[in-house]
Design a protein around this ligand. Structure first.
Ligand code: KIV
Length: 286
């Protein structure tokens, strides 16, 4: 019997020897494969915008797009905790709007929790969401929705002042009620410090091995997204060339009339030739 992971399970993993595994998912069939492989958390990341929808950044991603894909992932998942990423603009305008949008992820898309980017300034929003019954995962370090303000897609917390700020933000988010914290692109030693300073699990991406868990974009892990590969990504498979090869073989076989062969074609005992014969007869009578 498969038991669905809960937010409480994830929190408890802070104190277990097993690291927390989190991967992104955007559709039901991939979610099913990842879920069957035993991944703890499936994140419907707003990276959707770049790896699936073809945008240049995560900024244009809408609530409707996130809900559409989150629904698909929820349908394909039996075991993992499903976290929906709140898109840019859905939680920054006001606390009320943030709660309305956060609730939609649970009510309309079957998610178990939401994730949002930002530090201390998001405390009020995190408090309101958790009070409304929407568990929140925080996201610090490189926050792609505001990467422009951070000077681009760069490692964060490299000097003492910004490192201090990151530790303070982690404490503020914990106090506000997050159940876990993504740390993206920060030096490994700073991630170790943050991990030791908060009681909630940290989940790193480009943040070294001291975090309580690790997350990757699935399309990077599988070598499906080859526009660029960040230095912290480990590619466990390189599917892009294999896909190109398979598709070229299909195209060539169709062009040459080799596919479909007899074994891919449905047979029948009916003599369909008589249809044309009857049509011709009816035509001559009329
Ligand atoms: O959108 C996303 O995929 C993410 C992960 C990189 C953590 O936020």
């Amino acid at each position: 019997m498969v038991r669905k992971r809960t937010v409480k399970d994830i929190r408890a993993m802070k104190h277990s020897d097993a690291g927390i595994s989190m991967l992104t998912a955007y559709d039901a069939s991939m979610a099913r494969l990842l879920d069957e492989s035993g991944v703890d958390i499936l994140l419907v990341g707003d990276s959707l915008g770049m790896v699936v929808l073809g945008y240049d950044s995560t900024v244009p991603v809408t609530m409707d797009e996130m809900l559409h894909h989150s629904r698909a992932v929820s349908r394909g998942t039996k075991q993992a905790l499903v976290v929906g990423d709140m898109p840019f603009g859905s939680y920054q305008v006001g606390v009320r709007e943030a709660v309305v949008n956060g609730v939609r992820f649970l009510k309309e898309a079957g998610c178990d929790a939401v994730k949002l980017e930002g530090g201390k300034e998001m405390g009020e929003v995190v408090r309101a969401l958790t009070r409304a019954g929407v568990p929140v995962m925080g996201h610090l370090g490189l926050t792609p929705q505001t990467a422009g303000q951070l000077g681009g897609f760069k490692v964060q917390g490299r000097d003492l002042a910004s490192a201090r700020q990151l530790v303070a933000d982690a404490g503020a988010l914990e106090e506000a009620g997050v159940f876990a914290l993504v740390l993206e692109c920060v030096p490994g030693e700073l991630a170790r410090l943050v991990t030791g300073s908060v009681a909630v699990p940290t989940i790193g991406i480009g943040a070294g091995a001291a975090c309580d868990g690790q997350v990757l974009v699935t399309n990077d892990l599988l070598g499906l997204f080859d526009k660029f590969t960040p230095a912290f990504v480990k590619q466990y498979l390189n599917l892009a060339p294999q896909i190109r090869e398979a598709v070229a073989a299909f195209r060539n076989e169709v062009a040459a009339g080799v596919f479909p062969a007899a074994e891919h074609t449905f047979g029948s005992k009916v003599d369909f030739g008589s249809i044309l014969q009857n049509d011709e007869d009816e035509g001559s009578n009329g």
